[in-house]
Design a protein around this ligand. Structure first.
Ligand SMILES: Nc1ncnc2c1ncn2[C@@H]1O[C@H](COP(=O)(O)OP(=O)(O)OP(=O)(O)O)[C@@H](O)[C@H]1O
Ligand SMILES: [Mg+2]
Length: 240
């Protein structure tokens, strides 16, 4: 098997709430292979978002390391972090976080502008991604003129723009109805089938059930790490 695309080793994070330390993560270790569709579940406050923010270079851990594509991102300096984040990570948020004054096309384009992709190539890639998301007719609309599901598809296109090693999605279906949720999960699943690696934090068991592996967090630790039943079934079929 090839080298895991993500390696998390003995990761810990302690926040100070005034003078009181809060152990948001304690000794978290796991590997993720390229193309895995992984969900992270667990009660509120169990450390899911903290884990994503360490992997996404949004914050520094107290201890341990994260390697993405063989690069130890936890050692990156303040000046290196934005570039690594741009090149390696795509973010999808619960509230979409699109720029309201820009069209769908411009929202995808701007992610590549920061990565200094030439204008022509940016436009080509943005159109290709938005078409892939079924938004061909919606490209010139602003977020306020799009439904929640459409906005989330724009943000998935934006997350894909710079060919990230990993997409990190924190409650990507938290704001949409069940039909839209199923469509968004279907899109994420199809991206994984083409080799994209995706980590999704969710409270929704229906979302977790459609991923290939579920990590359950409890009190900042991994309580369980299992392939989903469907995948186990497939694995069992393959063995027979
Ligand atoms: N910036 C911070 N400063 C202090 N404590 C924090 C900070 N961020 C998170 N925490 C604490 O760390 C713990 C883990 O929080 P985290 O946001 O990772 O949980 P979560 O699993 O994402 O919860 P939810 O499901 O509610 O989003 C909680 O006890 C929280 O209060
Ligand atoms: Mg959270």
């Amino acid at each position: 098997m090839s080298e895991p695309i993500l390696k998390v080793r003995n990761l810990s994070k302690t926040y100070m709430q005034g003078k009181i330390p809060v152990n948001a993560l304690t000794d978290v270790s796991f590997d993720v292979e390229k193309g895995e569709f992984l969900s992270i579940v667990g009660p509120s406050g169990s450390g899911k978002s903290t884990l994503l923010s360490m992997i996404g270079l949004l914050d520094k851990p107290t201890g341990g390391s994260v390697l993405i594509d063989g690069i130890e991102i936890t050692r990156a300096s303040e000046s290196e972090a934005p570039r690594i984040r741009r090149e390696k990570i795509g973010f999808v948020f619960q509230h979409f976080n699109l720029i309201p004054t820009l069209t769908a096309l411009e929202n995808v384009d701007i992610a590549m502008r920061f990565a200094r992709v030439p204008k022509g190539r940016r436009r080509e890639r943005a159109i290709e991604l938005l078409e892939q998301m079924g938004l061909r007719e919606r490209m010139n609309h602003k977020p306020s003129e799009l439904s929640g599901g459409e906005q989330q598809r724009v943000s998935i296109a934006r997350a894909m723009a710079n060919h990230p090693a990993i997409i990190l999605a924190d409650e990507p279906t938290g704001e949409v109805d069940t039909k839209t949720r199923d469509m968004i999960v279907g899109i994420l699943k199809s991206l994984c089938e083409k080799g994209q690696t995706i980590l999704v934090v969710t409270h929704d068991t229906a979302v977790a059930a459609r991923t290939s592996r579920i990590i359950t967090m409890r009190d900042g630790r991994i309580a369980s790490d299992k392939p989903t039943k469907v995948e186990q079934g497939i694995a069992a079929d393959k063995i027979q």
